[in-house]
Design a protein around this ligand. Structure first.
Ligand SMILES: Cc1cc2nc3c(=O)[nH]c(=O)nc-3n(C[C@H](O)[C@H](O)[C@H](O)COP(=O)(O)OP(=O)(O)OC[C@H]3O[C@@H](n4cnc5c(N)ncnc54)[C@H](O)[C@@H]3O)c2cc1C
Length: 478
């Protein structure tokens, strides 16, 4: 528990993912508050953490730090990691029409490899766009994609991909998903992006990404270490049991660490845990409509399957993307290719991202069974595993992606409005704002939360509202 230092507000941060850590770091760096961070897991980093399997740094699926991040965020990350932050070329492949194409797309490669019929109908979609009428009926992810990109790329790439990722048909998904996830909304923009990959047209970071030597989680680790050096307290293994309030004021928390329960008083709670969880932890409970909204909102889960192989390297690629529905994984990454690791010798790992909710058949399967399926899936796309399989491990994420179905906005707004009416409580981060955001966005949200804190330790709601409008421009990078 944090003691009281006169003049400095006590801020309790819930969750030590990137959003929680960045908030703690910004608060103590500016000597703005006394800070404690409470995290249920035994390590920091949340969904952006890293861990070692057989001596190889692994993440929860492919994680890259994108150079489009706000310059202040990049500056902090570079300052914290120094030479441990590598700038790596992106070198992936995507399977389209049964062919492997370089991803991100490169003009010469795409011309050579895209199936001719696919390329021709893509160009026809683009040329005929001015003549195409707009889709009729309610606007959904499906109509936005059809109108912007046309039939070919929608049906061969985006529609199967989102169906796999979210388990829903594209006409059951909200427009927001298209706005947040599809950065190139027309074939013309896709072509422009490809042209920027040509030598001479490229900026220093085009087609590249930042990645730490010791896994993506090294970013959170280094930032938490810096926050601790400035006086922030971190409690791992701390499960929040209740968020106590008196009327509309949040006054403290009850948490359990091991067998011990403790109450922590707080002037201000910064919550980055899933908003649905925060609703259920409120004591006394919120009004029934807020509880009902929390029940109606869904996160998509994911199983990460780590296949350990007896070879130095399986492929030269960092990631393989699988939009087609014949293979249930959405992406496969080879962690050693992210930090150019040459050690350990004679071993590599392939990490598959298998979108899946508890209750689906994959969720209860053993590691061995999933490993066997994984090898079959790879054989089916022309990547047979012919080297020894040394083992298979899995990790399960309950909250991998927010599900933007057609009703989510209404439910989210019910919770959001109620949260905004609370004093001493602010919810943000990917899970706290139900935002399909990257890590650099989580950092930006945390810095904005700290910027909205007054010297008395209250939230300036006008400033926060202005930052919330900025967050609407966040676009997800893959
Ligand atoms: C498969 C996949 C790939 C991704 N790839 C990228 C990428 O390439 N680049 C990128 O920038 N981003 C990527 N992301 C997104 C990135 O992981 C998130 O943006 C980031 O982790 C969000 O940080 P956060 O702190 O908001 O949430 P989280 O990381 O989810 O952190 C929330 C924290 O709250 C804790 N918590 C939850 N409940 C409780 C409780 N009751 N008590 C205490 N603590 C609790 C959790 O344990 C967790 O540590 C990817 C995400 C996924 C799922």
């Amino acid at each position: 528990m944090i003691g009281t230092t006169p003049g400095k507000p006590r801020i309790t941060v819930l969750g030590a993912g990137p959003a929680g850590i960045a908030a703690a770091y910004a608060l103590v760096k500016n000597n703005q508050a006394q800070v404690e961070v409470l995290e249920r897991a035994d390590r920091v980093g949340g969904n952006s953490t890293s861990f070692r399997i057989d001596g190889i740094w692994c993440d929860y699926g492919s994680h890259r730090f994108h150079p489009v991040a706000d310059p202040s965020v990049i500056e902090d990350v570079k300052g914290l990691l120094g030479p441990d932050l590598l700038l790596q070329p992106r070198h992936g492949r995507i399977r389209l029409g049964g062919q492997w194409i370089h991803f991100p797309l490169k003009p010469v490669d795409a011309i050579r490899r895209l199936p001719k019929r696919f390329a021709a109908s893509l160009m026809a979609d683009s040329l005929l766009k001015p003549l195409r009428g707009k889709s009729k009926g309610p606007r959904t992810f499906k109509t936005i994609l059809y109108d912007g990109l046309g039939k070919t790329i929608s049906e061969h790439f985006y529609f199967p991909y989102v169906k796999k990722l979210w388990g829903l048909e594209p006409d059951k998904l909200a427009v927001t998903l298209a706005e947040r996830r599809v950065s190139s909304g027309s074939v013309g923009r896709i072509l422009m992006k490809m042209l920027r990959m040509l030598p001479g047209m490229r900026g220093e970071t085009t087609g590249r990404f930042y990645y730490p030597r010791q896994g993506f989680g090294q970013i959170s680790q280094a930032m938490m270490q810096a926050a601790s050096d400035h006086g922030a307290r971190l409690e791992l293994g701390a499960e929040i049991l209740r968020i106590e309030r008196e009327g509309s004021r949040v006054t403290g928390l009850v948490l359990r660490k091991g067998r011990i329960e403790a109450r922590h008083a707080a002037d201000q709670v910064f919550s980055t845990i899933p908003l649905t969880v925060a609703v259920r932890l409120m004591d006394p409970p919120p009004p029934p409509e807020v509880l009902a909204a929390a029940d109606a909102i869904r996160f998509r889960g994911m199983i990460l399957v780590y296949l350990i192989l007896g070879t130095d390297r399986f492929t030269e690629y960092d990631a393989h993307y699988f939009p087609e529905l014949s293979i249930p994984i959405s992406r496969m990454s080879e962690p050693k290719n992210y930090n150019s690791a040459t050690e350990p010798k004679g071993r590599t790992i392939l990490c598959a991202e298998l979108p899946c909710d508890p209750g689906e058949k994959w969720w209860s399967m053993s590691d061995e069974e999933l490993g066997r399926h994984y090898c079959d899936w790879l054989a089916g796309v022309g990547l047979p595993v012919t080297v020894p399989v040394l083992g298979c491990q899995t990790r399960r994420l309950g909250q991998a992606y927010p599900v933007y179905d057609l009703d989510y906005q209404r439910h989210f707004e019910t919770i959001d409005r109620w949260f905004l009416g609370l004093e001493g409580f602010l919810s943000f981060g990917r899970q706290g704002l139900f935002a399909h955001d990257n890590t650099h966005h989580a950092f930006a949200m945390a810095y904005a939360a700290v910027d909205s804190l007054t010297s008395e330790g209250r939230i300036d709601h006008d400033r926060w509202a202005a930052h919330r409008r900025e967050f609407e421009s966040h676009r997800v990078e893959d």
